[in-house]
Design a protein around this ligand. Structure first.
Ligand SMILES: [Zn+2]
Length: 156
């Protein structure tokens, strides 16, 4: 009984590990960690110096509001963190957009075009499930009895 239960647990664990989503998640976390380093470097080493150049070497961490004693509201570093976040989000957005456009470039197999259904009376293209022609307003026959209906129309 206990043996059976143990086997069940091992089996369950094997299934849990071999499920694709667990591996995907692990890969995602590892790639994400490596990716974060790249994005951080891009923001800190390339984008921030450029922004510093544009703002004339303005350092946001200088803006502090002194409170009593040694404590101070570090407003500047908070603003810097917000700007960092926005830049990271922008960079990630651009990267994801680029990756998506690569995915979308795959040519999709086009469905073979079906010959359009024609009104037997005026030869206008009509919807497959139409019961009346929008052009000549004839009541459309089912395809099965189309010949019969055409014959009846001719008799009139
Ligand atoms: Zn018609």
């Amino acid at each position: 009984m206990a043996e059976k239960k143990k086997k069940g647990l091992i089996q369950e664990f094997k299934e849990f590990i071999s499920r694709g989503s667990v591996i995907d998640l692990a890969v995602g976390v590892i790639i994400g960690t490596a990716f974060t380093a790249i994005v951080n470097s891009l923001v800190n080493d390339i984008v921030m110096p450029l922004i510093g150049l544009l703002t004339g070497g303005l350092d946001f961490s200088m803006f502090n509001i002194k409170l009593t004693g040694d404590s101070a509201l570090m407003l500047g570093s908070f603003i810097g963190a917000v700007i960092n976040f926005l830049l990271i989000a922008l960079v990630i957005f651009l990267v994801v957009k680029g990756i998506n456009s690569i995915h979308l470039k795959k040519p999709e197999p086009e469905e073979p075009e079906k010959a359009p259904r024609l009104c037997p009376y005026c030869r206008t293209e009509i919807a497959d499930d139409a019961t009346r022609c929008p052009h000549c307003t004839s009541i459309l026959p089912d395809d099965a009895c189309a010949d019969e209906a055409a014959a009846r129309a001719e008799a009139k």
